[in-house]
Design a binder for this molecule. Structure first.
Ligand SMILES: Cc1cc2nc3c(=O)[nH]c(=O)nc-3n(C[C@H](O)[C@H](O)[C@H](O)COP(=O)(O)O)c2cc1C
Length: 224
């Protein structure tokens, strides 16, 4: 009986040792295969990182090659909103034209013949609006310039004239855009082009006063 118990105990020990070894082997195997798969996935990741770095280098070179700027004047914020959408969509820099003497609501009241805009409208020699700045840093680096303005009496609001006259657009693609209650872009872009005499002026685009981002994105898609 004692012999039988000893025999049973020793065969149980052999089984349990084999089982432990089995576990140990499969753990090692799984550790190895895990290490291998981590290595290969980290290799893949670094490969894809390299290629995405290459892509972003390429993109930034592209952006450098096609640097664009959105310059705008906005008296009540509508053109500013569109300008920001364009800058977002085209990765352009943004520059706001700010009159030294800002237009108040009273100044903009076209129903009052004595308001600032009415006086300026009736006297073109009074439309020389001084701006805080007309100088753009690294102006030469921009290939494309979007110029935005509200329509005033069918033409570009004249504060943009000061910027247009002060800069040389030679070698640049110039794309006018405007917001208005109902008027079209009309001759506004053409008149600005004639004013500077430089730059490759495009047809441009008119947006309604409350234009949405989708309106802007759809237009950008057509000129990309
Ligand atoms: C003095 C003045 C004249 C305007 N003349 C016109 C016009 O001739 N045609 C038109 O459709 N809208 C006209 N508007 C409306 C503006 O073009 C429109 O509200 C525009 O979106 C304003 O843009 P902003 O908010 O960027 O200044 C005029 C507005 C002002 C203040």
């Amino acid at each position: 009986m004692k012999k039988l118990i000893t025999l049973m105990l020793s065969s149980m020990l052999v089984f349990s040792l084999t089982a432990c070894q089995g576990n140990t082997i499969s753990e090692t195997e799984s550790k190895e295969s895990h290490t291998k798969s981590v290595e290969s996935s980290s290799k893949e990741q670094s490969k894809s990182k390299e290629s995405s770095n290459e892509l972003s280098k390429e993109q930034s070179t592209k952006q450098k090659d096609n640097k664009s700027l959105v310059v705008y004047y906005s008296s009540t914020g509508n053109t500013k909103t569109v300008a920001k959408y364009i800058a977002d969509e085209t990765s352009s820099d943004l520059f706001e034209l700010i009159p030294k003497e800002l237009y108040t609501n009273d100044d903009l009241n076209w129903n009052n013949k004595d308001s600032r805009v009415c006086i300026e409208h009736d006297n073109p020699d009074k439309r020389n609006v001084e701006l805080s700045s007309t100088t753009i840093d690294n102006w030469d680096s921009y290939d494309t310039v979007y110029i935005g303005y509200p329509i005033w009496w069918g033409i570009a609001a004249w504060p943009v004239n000061t910027f247009i006259s002060a800069n040389d657009f030679t070698g640049k693609t110039v794309i006018p855009f405007c917001t208005s209650a109902s008027s079209e872009l009309g001759e506004s872009g053409k008149l600005l082009a004639e004013m500077t005499g430089t730059g490759n002026w495009q047809e441009g685009k008119r947006f309604s006063s409350g234009a949405s981002k989708d309106d802007v994105v759809s237009w950008i898609d057509t000129i990309k």
